[in-house]
Design a protein around this ligand. Structure first.
Ligand SMILES: *[C@@H]1O[C@H](CO)[C@@H](O)[C@H](O)[C@H]1NC(C)=O
Ligand SMILES: *[C@@H]1O[C@H](CO)[C@@H](O)[C@H](O)[C@H]1NC(C)=O
Length: 492
């Protein structure tokens, strides 16, 4: 008999070997900024009381929930929605999944994700058609994932949109300009609530919707993410970590005593891999100039996809070759599993540029593995999360010398590295576990489901003629005072 733990480890090794040979992975949209103290809305979770802890989502038993995703892929958004699906399934919720993608490529990735969902008892429905409409109209709750999923409402529900709006929770993970299109978000003011991963992103959305589109955000909940149970199991298993570390290092040609820095994001200029490599090179120069005694230093860039970012990827490789760093810098394709890499490295670098990330999930994942983080300053506008395990540097070229210094600092100060890592781990245990996320989400679902009551039968057409163009309706309908107006909230 194989014990569950060893089975998990075996599975990870298999996934690891497969993923290095195949393509996938991506945590694009989601890697992000922030983490402030949970203020206001959502109280920190109560202390965990052993294994029998009742799920905060228990009240969702036998409720019907429809999840609408803009795609089925290994990017951050869909993966999070899947995690929510499984959390809900674990308490007996009826969960229906809809992927609203024009042509879903039936590749290995979608196949395995669909399989995983079916295994968990999630029902899969085609995006279009009467069944999708009927199911949604009958559901207790509809979760739209990312702004783009908004396109599905008019396209599929048509005249049923108004009656569905009051039970929609809109989960938003992105912070980019091109999402602020009426085409995607015109219904946003009328849904029961929006759920956003960080305070910074929530602020940004509030500003942008107001200024660019003249619409108001609905009631908005900030819900920080948490690490999945699976990830924590590996992170807290010394044997698993050691085996994975040896395995990955061997595959890269890095020895156990070498120091390995990693940047784990989909490769693109916005994620700052180029500037990281410049800093890495500078740090080697510093070490040489100052004749410092440090173990051999390596860097690994996890998240390559030559087919997608050909120009940038080529630029990175050319840089590495021009500085003679081929033996020290390693590129790894996008992969399903980040855990093996987190087990193998010594320091995580988070160098997303400009506004950075909406939450930066890789950061809390690295913290689970007791890793120190070298982070771009703006990625962490709320420092409380980062200060415990991070050294920070500014964005852009100006950041390169400081990042280089920080790399040298962590390479030469083993004690500091370990202390930072330990503190990060403690922070994760306090605030960023799956059960914390479940508590936060449960509070939101409860509020949304309980609130929707009298609004369920709202007919927008009873307020304004349906032929009124959206542009004219929005400023009127998004006025908060109208929403509490008895005329509008009457049962139909
Ligand atoms: C990485 O991806 C490239 C192109 O997408 C492919 O040619 C290469 O074989 C992959 N490498 C590994 C180790 O799978
Ligand atoms: C929101 O807008 C105000 C005024 O335009 C500005 O001062 C503030 O910095 C903006 N906040 C964000 C997060 O963009």
């Amino acid at each position: 008999m194989v014990k569950p733990k060893s089975r998990l480890l075996l599975l990870l090794l298999v996934v690891f070997s497969v993923s290095t040979a195949a393509v996938f992975f991506v945590r694009t949209a989601l890697d992000s900024c922030d983490s402030r103290r949970d203020e206001g809305l959502l109280r920190p979770a109560a202390k965990e009381s052993g294994a029998e802890r009742r799920s905060p989502l228990a009240f969702m038993r036998s409720k019907k929930v429809v999840l609408v995703s803009h795609e089925l892929s290994l990017s951050g958004g869909p993966l999070l929605l899947m995690e929510l699906a499984f959390l809900l399934r674990s308490v007996g919720t009826q969960v229906v999944w809809i992927t609203n993608q024009n042509s879903i490529q039936r590749d290995e990735v979608t196949y395995s994700l669909e399989h995983k969902m079916l295994d968990h008892g999630v029902q899969l429905l085609p995006a279009k058609g009467q069944e999708a409409v009927d199911t949604t109209v009958k559901a207790d709750l509809v979760v739209l994932n990312t702004a783009v999923a908004g396109k599905w409402l008019d396209a599929v529900l048509k005249e049923h949109v108004p009656e569905v709006l009051p039970k929609i929770l809109w989960w938003i993970h992105e912070m980019r300009g091109h999402y602020f299109k009426l085409e995607f978000v015109k219904h946003l003011p009328f849904v029961a609530g929006a759920m956003i991963d960080s305070h910074t992103t929530a602020e940004y959305w509030k500003n942008r919707t107001h200024e660019r589109l003249g619409i108001q955000m609905p009631h908005t909940f900030v819900v920080h993410l948490g690490n999945s149970k699976e990830l924590m199991e590996v992170a807290e298993d010394n044997v698993a970590r050691r085996v994975l570390r040896e395995h990955v290092r061997e595959s890269l040609g890095v020895r156990n005593e070498d120091i390995l820095f990693a940047i784990i994001n989909s490769v693109s200029r916005g994620k700052g891999q180029d500037l990281f490599l410049h800093s890495f090179y500078e740090s080697l120069q510093l070490i040489k100039q100052q004749k410092l005694q440090v173990p051999s230093m390596h860097a690994v860039v996890v998240g390559s996809d030559m087919n997608v970012q050909t120009k940038f990827e080529t630029e990175l490789r050319d840089y590495v070759a021009s500085k003679g760093l081929q033996d020290r810098v390693h590129f790894v394709n996008k992969t399903l599993a980040v855990a093996p890499y987190l087990a193998a490295i010594d320091v995580l670098v988070q160098n997303s540029q400009a506004r950075g990330e909406c939450f930066g999930r890789i950061t809390i994942e690295a913290m689970a593995f007791q890793l120190p983080v070298l982070g771009q300053l703006l990625v962490a506008p709320q420092r409380s999360l980062w200060m415990v395990n991070s050294l920070l540097h500014p964005a852009g070229k100006e950041g390169v010398p400081l990042l280089a210094k920080n790399i040298v600092k962590l390479a030469t100060h083993v004690e500091q590295r370990l202390t930072m890592g330990r503190k990060g781990y403690e922070r994760v245990k306090e605030r960023f576990m799956e059960h914390h996320m479940a508590d936060r989400i449960a509070a939101v679902l409860k509020e949304v489901i309980e609130k929707k009551g009298p609004l369920t039968f709202l007919r927008l057409s009873s307020v304004l003629p349906s032929q009124t163009p959206w542009k004219q309706r929005l400023p009127i309908l998004s006025r908060k005072d109208l929403w509490s107006h008895p005329l509008i909230c009457t049962l139909d």
